[in-house]
Ligand binder design. Sequence first.
Ligand SMILES: Nc1ncnc2c1ncn2[C@@H]1O[C@H](COP(=O)(O)OP(=O)(O)OP(=O)(O)O)[C@@H](O)[C@H]1O
Ligand SMILES: [Mg+2]
Length: 458
Amino acid sequence: MSPGKILLVDDDRNLVELVMLRLDAAGYEVSAVLLAEDAVETAKAQVFDLSLVDLQLSHQDGISLMEQLHLIIPEMPVIILTAYGSIESAVEAMKRGAYSYITKPFDPRDLLYQIERALENRRLTSEIKLLKGLLEERYDFVNIVAKSGKMQRVLEMVSQIAVMDSTVCIRGESGTGKELIAKAIHLASHRKNKSFVAINCAALPEPLLESELFGHERGAFTGAIRSTKGLFTQAHEGTIFLDEVGDMPLSTQTKLLRVLQERSFYPVGSDKLMGVDVRVIVATQKKLEDQVKQGLFREDLFYRIHVIPILLPPLREMKEDIPPLVEHFLKKFSILMRKEVKGLTPLAMQRLMLHNWPGNVRELENTVEYGVALTQQDVITEDLILQTQADISKQPLTPLKEAKDTFERSYLIRLLELCEGNVSRAATLAGKYRADFYDLLKKHNISKTNFKKSGHEV
Ligand SMILES: Nc1ncnc2c1ncn2[C@@H]1O[C@H](COP(=O)(O)OP(=O)(O)OP(=O)(O)O)[C@@H](O)[C@H]1O
Ligand SMILES: [Mg+2]
């Protein structure tokens, strides 16, 4: 077996030939390219153990190429080849993550020595990581992974604003961690020992939403047999999290505006004004500015809630967070499933790095969960990662009835996840009557309660 696969990137043909000869003689498997673009393509197609990169490539500098390569193969050591006299840039390269550098012209024996050392070092670090169980890096907030600059700035912001009582508006695509950040704000505030109450404003029809939020008096509407306290009252002295606030109906928005301005509200059907002390955090996937333009969102409310905006970037814009997130979820699911899964194979990790993540961190979390659940070894191999339609169609055929049942079951699970256990909404989306939908759930032995987030019975 070869001691390692090496990617060599240099536009000096003579040097490439020379180095290839030497490395080949030492038993390494070498792929050489002259252009940075080709280097990226080659790294996407195969996994390398190490890469040698010229600092001054003709179209791109070696440092930015190195960073691109690290986004594809995160733990691969890179040795920079540099011309005599550009030591400063070489030092810069090391700061940005190069393993070491070597000045041209070099003695091939030095190069071989550096390569061996880098590979040995990499083996040791991954062993140490395994020994430590799983990589445990300290971040400011337990359970939140934030390695990229973008995410670290979010956390800095969270710790600055947590102590204030101002309203926070968190924006981000689905699965970017909006609820997680809202909880982190609550936990870092002086309200942390009081309740954190969450509600998805898109999941309930208007009258129900109002009575959920503000409570109602007995007899306020048909079916209101008892008077109930609303979530604002439950969140007194704590925090209320209004998810998908962009979908809140206009009449409810008016009531919310009043709470924000005067810290008081009337429960549905009551003329007794209630005072509350709550911190409000809202989240939305939609651009509220557009909702305002379309007349779907009150402009005055928009300014009220937009006091502190926090934007959560999509995962595809912070791929350096993928490896630590994977470690985090591996640990979580290994404990939950009582399995000792230590890591991913390099090819599996590369698949994760190359994926576009439309479902963001949640999709990554599900991917790791799937891998941990299905692996029969102590590592997750690439065949368990992000199976494509083509992979699935290679699986053995089952009888049609069985295939239909499997599909139906996973469809129902996805639907309930989406609707957070709200059966009326799930039934509507599926185009089924509620009673028929319940029959389906019964057939597959699925319980809606497993999908509830804040325990609202609808
Ligand atoms: N930076 C992170 N570190 C660790 N776990 C994270 C991070 N971001 C998100 N997660 C996890 O990903 C999952 C999705 O996060 P969350 O529910 O907060 O996202 P969301 O933006 O509210 O999604 P949606 O828009 O679908 O409601 C959760 O299990 C959460 O714990
Ligand atoms: Mg959410």
